[in-house]
Design a binder for this molecule. Structure first.
Ligand code: C5P
Length: 407
């Protein structure tokens, strides 16, 4: 099933608090609408100082409510009706004031009243000055809301509109929209365990130098995040990458290919699906120097030996998990991918063309050609998070198909 088809008619009530990050709400609505969510907006009076209701109405396609006592707005859709309409309420930006007032259960204006009246899950995206965020009062309010089942996304750290640097930036609209999509992901992988490799590996030359490649690990981490959202247990064996660990994931950090292989083989028997997304170094240095190699005026030669193939080792293991490989190619993508599928005895291979700098290595976007023994499907360019969900949906389809045909 097309990922976006799940979300048709999912209704998001976006509650916009009065902070400078309110200007990002326009973009957030667009990103949610792109993903086929139905979006209505309520905003505080002070939010109107930062962004106009007309802009938000034009983007959402619905009148924007900002006043609890506005008879015209109440006649169109009353605030209780609005609270019932929502499948999800997102408060973004959630200022320190709005957070405190939601926590206190206030019902004197539209945002807090809606939060009090809704049965839908509530997401809060804090946005405020870093000191206000760090203040114990705000931290207590957020902790208390979390205890009541409210989910908090962010804030991010970085430079702030007030000129300070620290935690308190609202998450980027793209990121929030991705998380909303994951929030509604069908739990197709409930009860399944996925073992995943991601990132590059590093092969030491001496104590300070190594051989590696440009893999950022983003695709593998996106798959891990999507798999968790779809209900799976995930073990992620990660090479050296600069990425935070997605919540709920069992992460094992490794450096070399041999270490990655060891971690994978220790875990393979307890997982039903293996996805080899890592850009594994094919060779390692035969003899790692104990001390830093001194340069001389002469050229130097390094003797390299073949590394074990992790994916092929898993595919030859008994009993083996449903085994998926990746193929990063710069030419003849389909031809090389099909060859790898057969040679490594895989159940599926996801190929991408890394000659395009907009896609693949280090980029946030990617496109995949997914191939299995008797079929294939193109997943067109989109962000890696979305692509990850689409790939996992295809994997579930193939597993279900082969189970149906075994019976
Ligand atoms: O490097 P190659 O193009 O063969 O990579 C194809 C697939 O094999 C990828 O999924 C990669 O993670 C996996 N691989 C591996 N161990 C290696 C080399 C590649 O698991 N030594």
């Amino acid at each position: 099933m097309n990922q976006s088809q799940n979300q048709v008619n999912k209704k998001i009530l976006l509650a916009i608090g009065g902070g400078i990050a309110a200007y990002k709400s326009a973009d957030l609505i667009r990103r949610l609408k792109e993903r086929h969510f139905d979006v209505r907006v309520v905003m505080s009076q002070s939010a109107k100082e930062f962004i106009t209701p007309l802009t938000l109405q034009a983007l959402s396609g619905y009148p924007v409510a900002s006043d609890l006592l506005d008879t015209a707005a109440e006649a169109a859709m009353g605030h209780i009706e609005l609270a019932r309409w929502a499948d999800l309420v997102i408060v973004a930006p959630a200022t320190a004031n709005v957070i405190a007032r939601i926590n206190a259960g206030m019902a004197d204006e539209l945002i807090t009243t809606t939060c009090l009246a809704t049965e839908a899950p509530i997401i809060i995206c804090p946005a405020m000055n870093q000191q206000m965020y760090r203040n114990q009062a705000t931290q207590d309010n957020l902790a208390n809301l979390a205890k009541r089942g409210v989910t908090v996304w962010g804030p991010a750290s970085g430079s702030q509109a007030c000129g300070e640097v620290g935690p308190g930036r609202m998450q980027e609209p793209q990121e929030i929209a991705q998380q909303v999509e994951l929030f509604f992901a069908p739990k197709l992988l409930q009860g399944q365990s996925i073992l995943l490799t991601a990132g590059p590996t590093q092969e030491a030359i001496d104590p300070v130098r190594y051989i590696s490649n440009h893999s950022s690990g983003k695709m593998g981490f996106a798959i891990a995040t999507a798999a968790i959202a779809m209900g799976a247990n995930v073990t992620l064996v990660a090479g050296p990458v600069n990425l935070p660990t997605p919540a709920g994931i069992n992460r094992i950090d490794v450096q070399s290919t041999q270490e990655m292989l060891n971690a994978v083989m220790l875990n393979v028997d307890s997982h039903q699906i293996f996805i080899g997304c890592a850009a594994v170094a094919d060779y390692r240095v035969d003899k790692i120097a104990e001390d830093k190699i001194k340069k001389s005026t002469h050229d130097m030669q390094l003797a390299l030996i073949r590394n074990p193939d992790i994916l092929a080792t898993v595919a030859n293991h008994h009993p083996r998990p449903f085994t998926v490989g990746f193929a990063a190619e710069t030419q003849d993508v389909e031809h090389y991918a099909k060859d790898k599928l057969i040679r490594k005895k895989l159940d599926m291979i996801a190929a991408n063309d890394v000659s395009n700098p907009e896609l693949g290595f280090n980029a946030d976007q990617n496109a995949l050609k997914v191939i299995w023994t008797d079929g294939q499907q193109d997943l067109p360019a989109t962000d890696k998070q979305r692509l990850a969900s689409q790939l996992l949906t295809l994997i579930v389809d193939r597993i279900t198909f082969s189970q149906d045909h075994q019976q």
